[in-house]
Design a binder for this molecule. Structure first.
Ligand SMILES: C[S@@+](CC[C@H](N)C(=O)[O-])C[C@H]1O[C@@H](n2cnc3c(N)ncnc32)[C@H](O)[C@@H]1O
Length: 386
């Protein structure tokens, strides 16, 4: 199921964190199509020479980076989970970790790229930001190939490649995947990036009123405040003294920042698996608090947090994307919170009423109560028992 056959070899690939019950593949038809094209196995041309500087942007679970490791690619990802999956997949293939250079979206991109491979991300804003950042490294001879599922490639996606890279066309669809071919035009001047984007929280957004939210491209609710987040801001629990607060799945960090503004003695740790989110949270925190203590961590839920070290966890868990994955993530976040909290410490979760977090929290913590609810959302409070 998880074995990917390529011209470079066969690879057993897993997502991260690895879960034997997970039936979802760590690669897609879009990855396989791109690799066949590069190898010249699609009958659409000669193999692509991969002997220059190869950059792989947006590799979901490291399938492209692992298969192309012999060409020492630079991987650029916004996802801590993707980076960890890549390291695990390289190791499983018996490849040393330094076969690939792993960069995040926040790192300085390579200076020169001869082959640019782009796994199209879900967020158009993230794609725009990534293309703009890497565009200065391209030259007229750079081979640029994008890949994605048909449902992920829209006219707006192709327009971005046209506007930032150069003339663009697409391939035929194969197994519901499509390739994008762009020819770099060194004369193009795509203009300055519109990111990061800032907005001020409205006066009626509870503890968040008047805060400035800073958003890097591609993060959750980068354009406006999420209504679930707003509901939690209206009911934010108070803390005193040097309480350790964690904003878990922090996005732009408005929840943790509001907690720091309400209690400047608090120590707030912001955690997200997206590097863009962690950078946004840091920028939001700095824009609103002068002296408060903040820590900014890219991690999977609370796996990096010492046990019994936290007084309050604020959490608006991920939803939207693939249901099975997001359920598992919420569970991991709740379990991580239980382990990281000190006895008496509290987890506050906001979610859509229908998501059923109530049952899960009761099972994990042995208690849960509704702190607030409205027609759409519920805020649940679970206390870590001794
Ligand atoms: C619903 S958003 C909430 C963002 C922010 N707290 C807010 O309320 O606006 C969920 C966040 O969880 C992050 N996330 C998803 N999976 C994660 C994981 N395994 N570990 C840490 N954060 C994760 C997402 O990147 C996203 O920023």
């Amino acid at each position: 199921m998880n074995r990917l056959s390529t011209s470079w070899g066969e690879y057993d690939l897993t997502r991260f964190p690895e879960d034997p019950r997970d039936t979802l593949r760590a690669w897609s038809a879009a990855d396989a199509y791109l690799l066949r094209h590069l190898a010249g196995d699609e009958g659409d041309g000669e193999p692509i020479a991969l002997d220059g500087a190869v950059a792989v942007v947006g590799d979901r679970w490291g399938a492209l980076t692992t298969a192309l490791a012999a060409h020492r690619p630079v991987q650029i990802t916004d996802s801590h989970l993707a980076r960890q999956a890549t390291l695990a997949n390289l190791a499983r293939a018996g490849l040393p970790a330094d076969e690939a250079r792993l960069l995040t979206t926040r790192d300085t991109p390579p200076e020169r790229v001869d082959v640019l491979l782009v796994r199209v991300p879900k967020s158009l804003a993230l794609l725009e930001d990534q293309l703009r950042r890497i565009a200065p490294a391209l030259h007229a001879g750079t081979v640029v190939v994008g890949t994605g599922m048909v449902t992920e490639i829209h006219t707006s996606t192709l327009e971005l490649f046209e506007r930032i890279v150069g003339p663009t066309r697409t391939s035929l669809a194969r197994q519901k995947a499509r390739l994008i071919f762009s020819t770099p035009d060194p004369e193009l001047r795509p203009g300055p990036s519109p990111w990061p984007h800032s907005y001020v929280l409205p006066d009626d957004s509870g503890a968040g009123a008047g805060l400035t939210a800073v958003n890097h491209a591609g993060i959750f609710c980068a354009e406006r405040l999420d209504i679930g987040t707003r509901f939690l801001l209206e009911h934010l629990p108070s803390t005193s003294g040097d309480a350790h607060v964690v904003d878990l799945g922090c996005g732009n960090g408005v929840l943790g920042t509001a907690a720091a503004v309400a209690n400047p003695e608090a120590r707030v740790t912001f955690v997200d698996e997206s590097y863009q989110a962690v950078a946004s949270a840091e920028a939001t925190f700095r824009a609103n608090t002068a002296a408060a203590k903040g820590e900014f961590v890219a991690a999977d839920a609370l796996t990096a947090m010492p046990p019994d070290s936290v007084d309050l966890v604020l959490n608006n868990p991920p939803f939207h994307s693939h249901q099975a994955t997001t359920d598992a993530t919420a569970q991991r976040m709740f379990r991580g919170a239980r382990d990281a909290l000190r006895p008496g410490g509290e987890l506050w979760v906001v979610g859509n009423r229908h998501l059923g977090y109530h049952v899960r929290l009761k099972r994990l913590f042995g208690n849960v109560e509704v702190a607030a609810s409205n027609r759409k959302f519920v805020i649940l409070r679970a206390v870590r028992r001794a």
